[in-house]
Design a protein around this ligand. Structure first.
Ligand code: PGA
Length: 315
């Protein structure tokens, strides 16, 4: 569904945007969604001052700050990373966004020593417990020692290429949180799972594995990354992403708490780029992005960070 098909003008009720386009689309083509996730998933009432954002953002169902992560994956050299850092250091970034980059482990020190403090650093993975005799692994303690604030866990490439299982990923998250790292907790369905109507089953099972393991959601950002959209150039439509984000927030409300559902950032990943981020960011349950390929280009990554402005009311 193309973003240009959105014809109904948004109407606003206080800070809570009513989204006729989603409801219409959902009623016509996603009835199972409503069977699975009832209307109680709509969390934010216009009278709830706790959800009011100090920055005048209206298209936001959650109360957390916009969050954009750049996952550099297994890319880069000392030279290319020096150039990327220089571009990031000279970029103008909107103030009201948490910005994080996740370099390959071996370049974290280089990044930490030359990147602006405006941008935090994440590991791309971490060992499930304290370091020791685990050849080839990197511990949470080591990530902290290098100045990382975050770690990405459960990325689809770890799940489906390396073979990490839900329960193991949940344990990793619990350990990282216990040591004070924030966790970017990735979930997402494969194409065949989507086509079999199992998108919510898969995402909820992955969420449950995190929920069963972690004592608190205070330091977790959920990244919904449909596997079919990662690195393929096939970005989810704003409506497809929004639909799952609503469901994830609903799951958190039902299974954790209303407060966690509201506070937890739910970010989208999968072929996000400088050309599609603004339309995606307009969706009220999309609280930011996890960006792969486009995060390797400083100016484009800055454009994605600055797509937060599309959440704000036009003057
Ligand atoms: P992509 O990767 O933006 O290159 O699709 C996203 C991710 O894997 O986090």
């Amino acid at each position: 569904m193309a973003a240009t098909s959105l014809t109904a003008p948004p109407s606003f009720s206080g800070l809570r945007r009513i989204s006729p386009k989603l409801d219409a689309a959902a009623v016509s083509s996603h009835q199972s969604f409503f069977h699975r996730v009832n209307s109680s998933t709509r969390l934010v009432s216009s009278s709830s001052s706790s959800h009011r954002s100090p920055r005048g953002v209206v298209a936001m169902a959650g109360s957390g700050k916009f969050f954009v992560g750049g996952n550099w994956k297994c890319n880069g050299t000392k030279d290319s990373i020096a150039k990327l850092i220089s571009d990031l250091n000279s970029a103008t970034l909107e103030a009201d966004v948490d910005v994080v980059v996740s370099p390959p482990f071996v370049y974290i020190d280089q990044v930490k020593s030359s990147l602006t403090d405006r941008i935090d650093i994440s590991g791309q993975n971490s060992w499930v417990g304290k370091g020791g005799a685990f050849t080839g692994e990197i511990s949470v303690e080591q990530l902290k020692d290098l100045g990382c604030k975050w770690v990405i866990l459960g990325h689809s490439e770890r799940r489906h290429v390396i073979g990490e299982k839900d329960e193991f990923i949940g344990k990793k998250a619990a350990y990282a949180l216990s040591e004070g790292l924030g966790v970017i907790a990735c979930i997402g369905e494969k194409l065949e799972e989507r086509e079999a109507g199992k998108t919510f089953d898969v995402c909820f099972a992955q969420l449950k594995a995190f929920a069963d393991a972690v004592p608190s959601w205070d330091n977790i950002v959920v990244a919904y990354e449909p596997v079919w959209a990662i690195g393929t150039g096939k970005v989810a439509s704003p409506q497809q992403a929004q639909e799952v984000h609503v469901a994830v927030r609903g799951w958190l409300k039902k299974n954790v708490s209303e407060e966690v559902a509201s506070k937890t950032r739910i970010i989208y990943g999968g072929s996000v780029n400088g050309g599609n981020s603004a339309e995606l960011a307009k969706e009220e349950d999309i609280d930011g992005f996890l960006v792969g390929g486009a995060s390797l280009k400083g100016p484009e990554f800055a454009t994605i960070v600055n797509s937060v402005t599309s959440k704000k009311v036009a003057a």
